[in-house]
Design a protein around this ligand. Structure first.
Ligand SMILES: Nc1nc2c(c(=O)[nH]1)N[C@H]1C(S)=C(S)[C@@H](COP(=O)(O)O)O[C@H]1N2
Ligand SMILES: [Mo]
Length: 185
């Protein structure tokens, strides 16, 4: 188990909830995931379109930059790679900015976004995502610190040139690989 713990982390039982602002309300809007930027054609996926995409589950450890880690979180949803089969990226696309409904953003290197364990998740540990864990859909990038796993996901903006997201603009590392302890710039 300890070989699974990145440097400077300790195990806790469940993820602590972190939000930059109030948790957005669960109801009262039509869900849409917007995809734009360095793609051949911008798209909007409604909830049905999301559920029509291939679904997978991923069991992965979740590492927060504030030094807690949770082992074996089970996520279910759409693999990021299935989404990448749907949209055609323009040559030179290297980053994706994930947008949260309350104004959060985080930039993720395409090389990590396209890993087989990256998911657009709607379930956590066998239940629909709790609102404060990012319902109805969140990005989960287990290979990076948890701040890259944007909750309340409403947009994926593909980029050729990197732009810093919310925490990255406040000194967090552009990549955030927990195994290299890429906490801050
Ligand atoms: N939309 C949004 N996503 C977010 C955040 C946020 O404030 N807003 N916080 C990030 C941070 S810092 C962490 S550690 C994880 C925590 O996930 P949890 O709240 O589901 O435990 O969510 C990340 N995703
Ligand atoms: Mo975090």
């Amino acid at each position: 188990m300890d070989s699974r713990l990145p440097p400077g982390q300790r195990w806790v039982d469940r993820p602590l909830v972190y939000d930059i602002g109030p948790v957005p309300p669960a109801k009262g809007y039509d869900y849409r995931l917007c995809i734009w930027g360095s793609v051949d054609e911008p798209r909007e996926l409604d909830w049905e379109a999301i559920l029509d995409l291939p679904q997978e589950s991923v069991v992965a450890d979740f590492h927060c930059v504030t030094r807690w880690s949770v082992a074996d979180v089970r996520w279910e949803g759409v693999p990021a790679r299935s989404l990448l089969e749907l949209v055609r990226l323009l040559p030179g696309t290297l980053w994706v900015m994930a947008h949260g409904r309350e104004g959060y953003s985080t930039d993720v290197p395409l090389a990590f976004f396209s890993r087989s364990d990256t998911l657009l998740a709607h379930s956590m540990n066998g239940k629909p995502l709790a609102q404060e864990h990012g319902a109805p859909l969140r990005l989960v990038v287990p290979s990076l610190y948890a701040w890259k796993s944007a909750k309340y996901l409403t947009g994926l903006e593909f980029l050729q040139h990197r732009r810093p997201g919310f925490w990255e603009a406040r000194g967090y590392h552009p990549r955030g690989d927990p195994w290299r302890e890429e906490r801050f710039r």
